[in-house]
Design a protein around this ligand. Sequence first.
Ligand SMILES: C=CCOC(=O)Nc1nc2cc3[nH]c(NC)nc3cc2c(=O)[nH]1
Ligand SMILES: [Zn+2]
Length: 372
Amino acid sequence: MSTPGDFKIHATDGEARRATLTTAHGDIQTPIFMPVGTQGTVKSLTPLDLEEMDAQIILGNTYHLYLRPGDDLVARRGGLHKFANWKRPILTDSGGFQVFSLQEIRKLSEEGVEFRSYIDGSKHFFSPEKAIDIQKNLGSDIMMVLDECVGYGADKDYTNKSLEMTTRWAKRCRDHYPKGSGGQIMFGIVQGGFYKDLREKSLEQLREIDFEGFAIGGLSVGESTKEMYDILHHIAPKMPSDKPRYLMGVGTPLDLLEGVSAGVDMFDCVLPSRNARNGTLFTSQGKINIKRAEFAEDDSPLDPECGCYTCRNFTKAYLRHLYMAKELLSYRLNTYHNLYFYLDLMKQIRAAIENGTFAELKAKYEAAYAKG
Ligand SMILES: C=CCOC(=O)Nc1nc2cc3[nH]c(NC)nc3cc2c(=O)[nH]1
Ligand SMILES: [Zn+2]
């Protein structure tokens, strides 16, 4: 009988790992992309859609679900799995990291973070313990500690003080929900901004705490791709090799490949679902924007190499029409394809690590996406 948090590595190809993470709602095959379901739903898709495209785990946002409909209400409805009728694993992150790290009226203290609701402007307060209690109410399989994600450009002194507080908060989260006290597992979040020595310091402090996994926070906050990759390649290989590594909020298809090459196992990003809503679609030949006039009478599928429902049943001409007409179906068909593309890319990555051809796969997509 395997235990939530068990992490078994089956194959490696350079720093890339092919592994299985056990959770209370089933095993997750990594490397994995996690569709973002901010308010307990991946916008415009049903759980059936997500199961069809083999989404193994989705993200929920602590901050949003606390504000609406309320983590206590979700608990009374049997927890998020039952409430949203999603039977597979769920990871809850803050989701409001933009709120926490970028808004002016956010107030940080040793006790926790005070912030305002984006719904009605009311004041709220999260202590580390409160953040964990909310995730206990939601019943997520993977809980994230409360941390401070410092903004891009924070100076070294502030970044250092912040990571020290994030470590103290991480300890409080773990003490509040000790390892093995329930089926939910907990990940620490490495901070330290763009200072390599502070990243190592944050990791050294966190690895003393018994987390089932570790996330890399504080990236994809406005820095250049080069700056992100520089920190990524510096810290990921130093993270415990026997535990999952989760890169928060990342990224483009090339970012996923780069992250895997640095030893990252888990990713989440709103890009595929958000871009779908503005007509930017990811294909095996690169990105295309469906609103372009050139597609008006194009009877070919979005992506000839894609096996998804959208690509098997509709032409670019029809998808362009739906987009121009602002039809709801445009949202749904574009999101379905983009998430299918991301999940299929991760499937190709898992297979490539198993047969030692990851470098070739990475080169193929770098060529297709070179034009940016
Ligand atoms: C309950 C509390 C759980 O706390 C967190 O989820 N913390 C946290 N979330 C992040 C999310 C990010 N998205 C991006 N880019 C789109 N970068 C991110 C960075 C972080 C981060 O440093 N920390
Ligand atoms: Zn498709």
